[in-house]
Design a protein around this ligand. Sequence first.
Ligand SMILES: Cc1cc2nc3c(=O)[nH]c(=O)nc-3n(C[C@H](O)[C@H](O)[C@H](O)COP(=O)(O)O)c2cc1C
Ligand SMILES: [Mn+2]
Length: 505
Amino acid sequence: MAYDSFSAFVAALEGAGELKRLRFPVATELEITEIADREMKSASGGKALLFEKPTVNGKEAAFPLAINTMGSHRRMAMALGLNHVDDLMRQMELILKAKPPTSLKHAWTLAMQGLDLLNAKPKHVQSGPCKEVVHRFSDADARHLPSAISDLPSAIGHLPTLVNLPILQCWPQDGGRFITLPCVHTRDPDTGERNLGMYRMQIYDARTTGMHWQVHKVGARHGRRYYEKGERMPVAVTLGGDPAYTFAATAPLPDGLDEILFAGFARKKSVELVKCETVDLEVPADVDFVLEGYVQPGEMRPEGPFGDHTGFYTPVDDYPVFHLTAITHRQNAIYPATIVGIPPMEDFYMGTASVRIFLPVFKMNFPEIVDIALPAEGVFHNLVFVSIRKQYAWQAFKIMHGLWGMGQMMFSKYIVVVDEDCDVHNTSEVLFRMCANTDPQRDSTFIKNPTDALDHAQTTACIGTHLGIDATRKLPGEGYHRTWPDLLKMDPAVKQRVDALLVGK
Ligand SMILES: Cc1cc2nc3c(=O)[nH]c(=O)nc-3n(C[C@H](O)[C@H](O)[C@H](O)COP(=O)(O)O)c2cc1C
Ligand SMILES: [Mn+2]
């Protein structure tokens, strides 16, 4: 099921008892974070929150703010119009099984062809709700624009610029305000291929932001080609609309595979794309806000610090700069936001959904894989649990190396491989296996690989070592010469008898 607006999704959450409204003024400076953090840390991710009167420097912003809208397994499924994310996983499986692929790239191509068959191809439309209010910036505007974020309230109501948005200052040592759920649309200048990625944006002033695409991401690769050609790079950023877009922007699709197609597949309705006003790009017509602009080759500016997914502040570093040329928006837009920080946070549920939906793709390449989990404590890349059906010696190591070579799985700092009868979603069960089943030296391997740009523990940014731990039961061919003992297990007949004995007791 598709949502025709972000507010339709918010209404669906409210109808399902998954939303709390905060009708009183709350400051976008730290206060919304504190309330949202408490909610995200409560049982099963708490509820979505709709702040009806977010304030910016003490003044009410022009739009309400919704946060934690995907911050539970149920809400994440609802965002994709599903009862359970596994429903989409099974569809993915069917598409891949219909015609077994010969390689990973082939698997993706097939998946995408399957998506076409399901009528997921985008349509092109002339206009849409995201154009209800259109403001192109002119040079005359520049005279009215405040340059410092502290001056922003003076411009509220004057221009539909970033200053009217309830953009959060998330954590005390943050370098400013950040757009935390931006869907960044770019094109490969050579092939014309679209990409949609989520890269946070720090507000520098009413018309300029940072563009935090890390070096390994597709937006950064597109950027490099524009820089090499010395051409100005068109960029469009969307906020809101069907939550399927926001999820697709975070999903780790291989480079060259279109997130808009994927979103169409996920929501079972093709995405309607509309041309931007000032840049040669298309965006979904039903989004709440479109920020149009460009990145100028060679222009870099200090970005950060930012209280990040890792639970630590990411220090200041140079990133490209985004210049706004137009803002268009819905009349009754809702500003979508999230916060990241010490886990668990909303992004844990988004990451978990990605792993579930793409599990069939992993299994296609590695049929022995039974299940994969990225526990919240590992903040995505730091810790990966994999269960396998082991048949031969050192198969666990093959799986580790395979995963370390697959897209963003290259960042996995620790991979623990367990046998198929271990539930990887139960962290305590995995730790029990790891402790009980390993000889640390025999069962581990260190490798060199690119690392997550956010990992502060590496001696040098973006490169470092990873550790793989084989916690499966050892086979004779693995140099284990003793008899592997059986795991304790109660006789099922006794369990039944005891169940009956205890009924009503
Ligand atoms: C809430 C949230 C914020 C994110 N912020 C960033 C960011 O600032 N920079 C970045 O490179 N990746 C960020 N990511 C991760 C990317 O969105 C993710 O790696 C995505 O798959 C990148 O898409 P791409 O492969 O098309 O570049 C964020 C993810 C989430 C869920
Ligand atoms: Mn991509």
